[in-house]
Design a binder for this molecule. Structure first.
Ligand code: SF4
Ligand code: ZN
Length: 736
């Protein structure tokens, strides 16, 4: 901590206590000691003194006691030779300054009773704009908003902005975030309150912009308000200072913005606020107090540009922004999730035949701007009707509690969150996403940027705990999309490999995934270390992280329980879970088989495997391959039959990654049964396919697997298998 801050704040506290003492002496000389001292219409006396010290000040005489306490709290002056620790004495000095402030304001009510305007409203034409202490009616009515969350907290702004526009910019931004704005103190005679009035902004309790008073001492009204709310709504007793301060720290998201030069008295007040856990964010170059301790994060942050003031304050105080309204021209909500965009309604699509990729990446807090949405390349208005256009959705998120492990979970939400938009359909995930936009949506003014808005809003709503900032970039030029796709694929690879060394046997817990039940009501994915979710987007680690973020969410731990069949992979605990989660539709399923009671399949599977009886093996086809397959069905036909949550012997949906996981169809003979897959899939998973072939003792397995260049009928494939001596041919019959 800076010695300079400590020096200034302690000096300021001395000044303020001396001032209060002088005022008290003067008042006592001119008035009867039994003269009443009170803030208007309150049962809480001078509320900061009453709440923290338990002293009910009723008369001028009664002020002596808190003044004596303030004096006692004043620490020795910081000497040049005197080093750490500063924080303790600094906090005491701050507290002394605040008690002195309340004494000063109490005396003002005695000596200048008409200084403040009573009530909630400000009428600038009356020439009086300062409201002073809020009475209990206002405190009850407004304080409850802090408790029920409709107001997350308040920004106490002291001083003045460099100009009217800046004052408006900052205050209006806080208003948008539902915060109260408490105004106090002046900077060379100018105040934010006056600046706002000049800028035509309505101030008063009704617009949540509250001008308390023109001096730094009037900042005490903000703290008095907070402490009364703690007593009224938190059931805390006067004098229980520890709990009252803690209540504020935990429950009231408040902070101070110091605009303009910070003098010693401001520094003292700022130090006082640290006792409440309220940090100060300043626009000038004052020494910072960064180590975190009492405040949630930093105590004093300096040199913040005005354009970043709001964002920085919110960050420093750890305030969670709630976005209540998703501002797009279309209806939005789960009701539209299952809605299709059919051919006749289609305006254009992203993905399908062209590339569509989604990537969520963690960013540093300072790297991104919350709520920023950029469309790089043509937007819907510039895209021709009927077109298929590439798209890359790049979401950057930041948060103090965010971890890279959470990226895939956030990314997987893009699917249903985009589907919630009326007239927009989203299929798939990762680098096989596919978005269809209806004509009606475009007619209503829908733009790609709205996808960004939706993601920003919903990520804030649904992941308050871990996400503080969301920035979205949508690319529609092929080159950009390809670049993002390459980056995304490298990320997917890293994610997939995190479970590589784990085995199903070494864990007791598998995870469920029921995210897809809105489309496939009986579908329940069970994800084990050696069986990634069939969409490819969730592996065991991801589900674990997802459960951590959202304990009541779609990924629940499943105690796998007794192993009922180790060959096919059947577990008692899993069966029980699946039975319940499918509402009785599915009684049991096997992890490692497609021949016998395979797992259910939903429409987002990356690939579908099918038995080829003639070849005594299996084939698989992934979504990108649109040609014929030896099963007699194209991918779309297979997906159409299986995608609703069906469990059908001989077929199973799986992720591309799963093909080379050790347990892939292990009960049916494993990867050695693989006799056909599209060439592009072979290419895509080549490295792992070769490695896995070696592990299985067939190093050239990849060359023995037929593809469309060999043929797309079972007969053609069989002839090839015989020629190359495919291992499947010498295995026991696949269908007993
Ligand atoms: Fe979850 Fe399975 Fe749907 Fe993937 S496919 S999101 S793992 S339910
Ligand atoms: Zn699905």
């Amino acid at each position: 901590m800076s010695k300079l801050v400590a020096f200034a704040a302690i000096q300021g506290a001395y000044n303020m206590v001396a001032k209060a003492e002088g005022q008290l002496k003067k008042t006592l000389a001119s008035k009867d000691a039994a003269t009443k001292v009170e803030f208007p219409n309150t049962a809480y006396y001078l509320p900061v003194i009453y709440s923290l010290l338990g002293i009910p000040v009723k008369t001028i005489e009664d002020l002596r006691k808190p003044l004596a306490i303030a004096k006692k709290l004043l620490p020795p002056h910081v000497k040049r030779v005197n080093h750490l620790p500063y924080l303790g004495p600094l906090l005491d000095a701050g507290m002394a300054a605040l008690f002195a402030s309340e004494i000063t304001e109490g005396l003002r009510y005695v000596n200048d009773p008409d200084f403040y305007v009573p009530g909630e409203e400000v009428d600038p034409s009356s020439g009086k704009i300062w409201l002073g202490a809020a009475d209990d009616t206002i405190m009850r009515k407004r304080g409850v908003e802090f408790v029920d969350g409709s107001a997350p907290g308040f920004a106490a702004i002291v001083g003045a902005a460099p100009d009217v526009e800046t004052a408006k910019l900052i205050v209006e931004d806080y208003q948008k975030k539902n915060l109260y704005i408490f105004l106090a103190a002046n900077q060379s005679g100018t105040t934010v309150a006056e600046q706002l009035i000049e800028g035509g902004v309505q101030i008063g309790w009704n617009t949540r912009i509250v001008p308390f008073g023109p001096d730094i001492s009037s900042a005490i009204f903000a703290l008095g308000f907070a402490n009364r709310a703690a007593m009224a709504f938190g059931g805390l007793q006067p004098g229980d200072y520890k709990r009252i301060l803690k209540y504020n720290k935990d429950r009231v998201f408040a902070f101070v913005n110091a605009l303009g030069e910070v003098n010693a008295e401001w520094a003292a007040a700022a130090a006082g606020c640290v006792n409440w856990g309220f940090p100060t964010i300043a626009d000038t170059d004052i020494p910072e107090i960064l180590p975190t301790g009492i405040c949630t994060y930093e105590h004093v942050v300096a040199n913040v540009p005005h354009s970043e003031m709001v964002q920085k304050s919110i960050e420093v105080r750890g305030l969670k922004v709630t976005v209540t309204h998703i501002d797009i021209p279309l209806s939005y909500g789960p009701a539209f999730e299952g809605e299709r965009v059919r051919k006749d309604d289609l305006y254009c699509q992203f993905g399908g035949k062209v590339q569509c990729t989604e990537l969520v990446k963690m960013a540093e807090m300072s790297e991104i701007e919350d709520g920023k949405v950029t469309v790089v390349g043509p937007d819907l208005a510039d895209i021709k009707e009927g077109a298929s256009n590439p798209l890359g959705i790049f979401v950057q998120v930041a948060g103090r509690e965010f971890q890279t492990d959470f990226e895939p979970i956030i990314e997987r939400q893009i699917h249903h969150l985009t589907n919630y938009i009326q007239g927009v359909m989203h299929i798939g995930q990762r680098d096989i996403a596919w978005i269809r936009v209806a004509k009606q949506a475009v007619e209503k003014g829908f733009s790609l940027a709205h996808i960004g808005k939706v993601l920003h809003g919903k990520f804030h709503q649904d992941f308050t705990k871990i996400i503080d900032k969301v920035q979205v970039t949508l690319f529609t030029n092929k080159a950009d999309v390809d670049k993002l796709t390459a980056q995304a694929r490298a990320e997917y690879k890293t994610r997939d490999e995190r479970v590589d060394k784990m085995t199903d046997e070494t864990v007791d817990i598998f995870y469920s995934c029921t995210l897809c039940q809105s489309f496939a009501p009986t579908h329940v994915c069970t994800v084990s270390p050696e069986r990634t979710g069939l969409c490819g987007a969730y592996n065991w680690m991801d589900c674990k992280a997802s459960f951590e973020i959202n304990p009541t969410g779609p990924n629940q731990p499943i105690e796998k329980g007794e192993c009922l069949d180790s060959k096919y992979g059947q577990f008692k605990g899993v069966n029980e879970f699946v039975y319940k989660a499918s509402r009785g539709a599915i009684k049991s399923y096997n992890f490692y088989s497609l021949v016998h009671s395979p797992m259910t399949t939903c429409g987002c599977c990356e690939a579908i495997a099918a038995v080829l009886p003639l070849c005594n093996g299996v084939m698989t086809v992934h979504r990108d391959y649109t040609g014929d397959t030896p099963s007699g069905m194209k991918f779309t036909t297979l997906a159409g039959q299986m995608g609703g949550g069906a469990q059908s012997s001989g077929f199973v949906g799986h992720s591309k990654y799963n093909v080379t996981q050790r347990k892939f169809l292990a009960g049916d003979g494993g990867l050695l049964r693989m006799v056909w897959m599209p060439k592009s899939l072979k290419e895509e998973i080549k490295d792992r396919l070769v490695r896995r072939g070696k592990e299985l003792g067939v190093p050239d397995l990849i060359d023995k697997i037929a593809d469309e260049t060999v043929g797309t009928t079972e007969e053609e494939v069989l002839a090839f298998l015989q020629k190359v001596g495919h291992p499947a041919l010498s295995m026991p019959p696949i269908l007993e």
